[in-house]
Write a protein that binds this ligand. Structure first.
Ligand code: MTE
Ligand code: MO
Length: 196
C-alpha cells in the first residue's frame, strides 16, 4: 500500500514530458557533420527587424554578463536529459539591447554549417533561454555545439541550435531545416508537438 502510494507520488512529480524517457548519457544529435569554427573567425549577429543590429566577436561575447541555467533537455526522438547546467549569456539581455521593432514577432536562427530553426520572439524572451558556452562545468564540447549554442528548455531539442551564428528577427514565421521537413513549427514537448 505504502509502496503504491510512493510510486503514485513519484509519477506525479515526474519532470519529463509525455512519451519521453530519461537517459543518463548525453547523446549527440547532429544532421550531417559538425562544423569546426576557429574562435578568431567566430562572430555572432542579431539582425533583421531590430533598431540596433548587434555583431560580436568571441572576445566581446565572453565579456558579456554571465548567467547559469539548470534545465532539462528533451529530444523529439524521445530521450530526455535531466538537470543540465548551462553557462553563458541570457538571450533576452541581448535582444533588449537590439530593440526589436513592433513588427518582429518571429525569429529564424542560423548556424555555422547552415542548419536553421524558427522560434517566436516571445519564446526566445523567456528567462530560461541561454546562449551557452559551458555545460556541466566544462567548456561546451564541439559535438554539443561549441563554441556557442542556443538552449531553449521549453522546446524540443531541435530548436536548441548548435554552433549558432545569427538570429534574424522577422515578421513572418519561416520554417527552419526540420520544420520544413514536417517537424512542428512550435515544438512544445509538454503538448507533444512533434510533427505537424
Ligand atoms: N546546428 C545544429 N543544431 C542542432 C542540430 C543539428 O543537427 N545542427 N540538431 C538538433 C537536435 S535534433 C537536437 S536533439 C539537439 C541535440 O543536441 P546534442 O547533440 O548536444 O545532444 O541539437 C539540435 N541542434
Ligand atoms: Mo533531436
Amino acid at each position: 500500500m505504502l509502496k503504491k502510494l510512493f510510486s503514485f507520488f513519484k509519477k506525479q512529480n515526474r519532470k519529463q514530458p509525455p512519451g519521453q524517457f530519461v537517459t543518463k548519457k548525453f547523446p549527440i544529435l547532429t544532421f550531417g557533420n559538425a562544423p569546426h569554427i576557429e574562435l578568431n573567425q567566430w562572430n555572432f549577429t542579431i539582425s533583421g527587424l531590430v533598431k540596433n543590429k548587434i555583431k560580436l566577436d568571441w572576445d566581446q561575447f565572453t565579456q558579456l554578463p554571465k548567467s547559469q541555467i539548470i534545465s532539462e533537455f528533451h529530444c523529439v526522438t524521445k530521450w530526455s536529459k535531466m538537470k543540465n547546467t548551462w553557462e553563458g549569456v541570457k538571450l533576452n539581455y541581448l535582444i533588449k539591447i537590439a530593440e526589436p521593432l513592433p513588427s518582429a514577432n518571429f525569429t529564424l536562427i542560423h548556424c555555422y554549417g547552415n542548419y536553421t530553426t524558427n522560434l517566436t520572439l516571445e519564446c526566445l524572451l523567456d528567462d530560461d533561454v541561454i546562449l551557452a558556452y559551458r555545460h556541466d562545468n566544462e567548456p561546451l564540447n564541439e559535438d554539443h555545439g561549441g563554441p556557442l549554442r542556443l538552449v531553449v528548455p521549453k522546446r524540443y531539442g531541435w530548436k536548441s541550435a548548435k554552433w549558432i551564428k545569427k538570429i534574424e528577427l522577422t515578421n513572418k514565421n519561416i520554417p527552419g531545416f526540420w520544420e520544413s521537413r514536417g517537424y512542428h513549427m512550435e515544438g512544445d514537448p509538454w503538448k507533444e508537438q512533434r510533427f505537424s
